[in-house]
Design a protein around this ligand. Structure first.
Ligand SMILES: NC(=O)c1ccc[n+]([C@@H]2O[C@H](COP(=O)([O-])OP(=O)(O)OC[C@H]3O[C@@H](n4cnc5c(N)ncnc54)[C@H](O)[C@@H]3O)[C@@H](O)[C@H]2O)c1
Length: 357
């Protein structure tokens, strides 16, 4: 179906999982209606959640994904459930649509993630992971500066994500999962490291559990070596008290042969190069439906979904694809292995079994 007056194909989507984060998905899809997006169905195992979200966004509610696919034949499916359901949903949807999008983390295990990548390859559909940190405005600007050659070849990156925001209020399951900080936040940070420094070859990692109320590690510090010799340092904590609370900003330093880029508090970007030092404000605007301090995340969801429409129209390759994100999961699993054994783990020789939780 063409959108009236625009000569543009309407892209009919279906959302699976109407929980905490899916609201951002739905708001952003609604913003992209002028670019052809329409979410026609919302499915959740919890009928009240499906009903409430479907009603708010003018979609049809479902509790059974199979029935939703039968009724709507969507052009794309947006999966916003937690990882235990991802594999079955991808295997169900891949043969029945033109694009599958899946929230991070791709899966809890390497075997599930590999099966998902395979299912999409077999069906011949692009597989896009909802990995939105690389779509945050500050990191999009860093990518642009790097492409322009502002700092030459990157050699070192430090990513720091430390806060004491009560993430457990909106996502109570986070307090109960045996693997917390690396699987929830490390996936984002490792995706950025791989994007900016290239493929990781080895990792050393220490984990900490500082908040006694949570089951998993709520902090980690990792040292990575990347192809070509670049080095990454990643530190993350969900139990760091600082005023003002910096959540959800990622403090960053990216050093290249010709200069350095720094992301500091309050979305200040410093560019150090041969000419001297200049500063840019890289704070995104707050979406009409959004609020601070979530605006950087909410804006990134919209950027990501705009990209998803381009993938669906064949104008862009998935960023990141499921196959790419499998490498990020491997780095996470290697981080757990390093923390458990106290040893450096080489990615090339690391046996990707089901590492004990
Ligand atoms: N990219 C980001 O910035 C970001 C931020 C927060 C959460 N997330 C990710 O989003 C995902 C969802 O997180 P959340 O906090 O919204 O979880 P949630 O528990 O609030 O919501 C998940 C929903 O999925 C439903 N569901 C589960 N299995 C289903 C199935 N088979 N069919 C239909 N519905 C099903 C549940 O009933 C629930 O309503 C997680 O993977 C999380 O890591 C990403």
């Amino acid at each position: 179906m063409l959108i009236e007056g625009k000569g543009m194909e309407e892209l009919r989507g279906a959302l699976i999982g109407a929980g905490f984060f899916a609201r951002n998905h739905m708001q952003a899809w609604r913003d992209l209606a002028s670019e052809g997006a329409r979410i026609a169905g919302v499915c959740d195992l919890d009928p009240a959640r499906a009903q409430t979200m479907a009603e708010e966004f003018g979609a049809e509610p479902f509790t059974d994904p199979v029935r939703m696919l039968d009724v709507l034949s969507p052009n794309f499916v947006d999966i916003a459930t937690t990882p235990p359901s991802h594999r079955a949903l991808i295997e169900l949807c891949a043969p029945r649509t033109r694009l599958v999008i899946c929230q991070k983390p791709i899966a809890d295990s390497h075997s599930d993630a590999a099966a998902m990548v395979e299912a999409c390859e077999r069906a011949g559909v692009p597989f896009l992971i909802h990995e939105n940190f690389r779509w945050q405005r500050p990191f999009m600007r860093l990518q642009e500066l790097l492409r322009e050659g502002a700092i030459g070849t990157p050699r070192f990156m430090h990513l720091s994500f430390r806060h004491r925001w009560d993430v457990y209020a909106g996502q109570p399951y986070l307090a109960t999962v045996p693997r917390l900080a690396i699987m929830d936040m490390g996936v984002h940070l490792f995706d950025l490291l791989r994007l900016f420094l290239g493929e990781a070859e080895a990792i050393n990692c220490e984990t900490q559990r500082r908040n006694p109320q949570v089951a998993g590690e709520d902090g980690f510090t990792a040292l990575t070596r990347h192809e070509g010799g670049a080095v990454g340092v990643t530190d993350c904590s969900f139990h760091t008290l600082r005023r003002p609370e910096p959540f959800p900003q990622t403090m960053t330093r990216l050093e290249g042969d010709e200069g350095t880029l720094e992301l500091l508090e309050d979305y200040r970007l410093l560019i150090h190069d041969a000419q001297g030092r200049r500063e840019e404000d890289v704070e995104p605007s707050v979406p009409a439906w959004g609020e601070k301090p979530w605006h950087v995340v909410q804006d990134s969801v919209r950027n990501f979904e705009r990209h998803a429409l381009q993938v669906l129209r064949g104008e862009a390759a998935p960023q990141p694809s499921g196959a790419d994100n499998l490498r990020t999961l491997e780095l996470c699993l290697a981080a757990y292995e390093s923390a458990a054994t106290g040893r450096r783990v080489e990615l090339g020789t690391f046996v990707l079994g089901e590492v004990a939780a």
